[in-house]
Ligand binder design. Sequence first.
Ligand SMILES: Nc1ncnc2c1ncn2[C@@H]1O[C@H](COP(=O)(O)OP(=O)(O)OP(=O)(O)O)[C@@H](O)[C@H]1O
Ligand SMILES: [Mg+2]
Length: 78
Amino acid sequence: MEFMVETQDLAKTYTGRNGADVEAVKGIDLQISCGEIFSLLGPNGAGKTTTISMISCLLEPSRGDAHIGGFSITRQPL
Ligand SMILES: Nc1ncnc2c1ncn2[C@@H]1O[C@H](COP(=O)(O)OP(=O)(O)OP(=O)(O)O)[C@@H](O)[C@H]1O
Ligand SMILES: [Mg+2]
């Protein structure tokens, strides 16, 4: 395990109220080392909450994966 948190093309598309796709997170790749302090900054609607929710296993990604301490959020969410 090289990084504590790592995402690979992590993406989420919601279905909006009008039925249209809302591409909330368009595929992010990030690496956070053990002991690193990492800030996730962005304007309203940038996808911060969606990203954290996926990394926390509260929301299923539409595409991609993330690893927390080496465990996959899609294959080993518990
Ligand atoms: N449940 C949902 N259904 C449809 N669209 C959603 C849903 N949740 C978020 N969105 C849309 O996804 C995009 C990203 O939203 P998100 O809440 O992740 O952004 P954020 O960076 O946390 O914003 P804020 O700074 O306002 O908290 C926005 O366009 C938002 O309207
Ligand atoms: Mg938010």
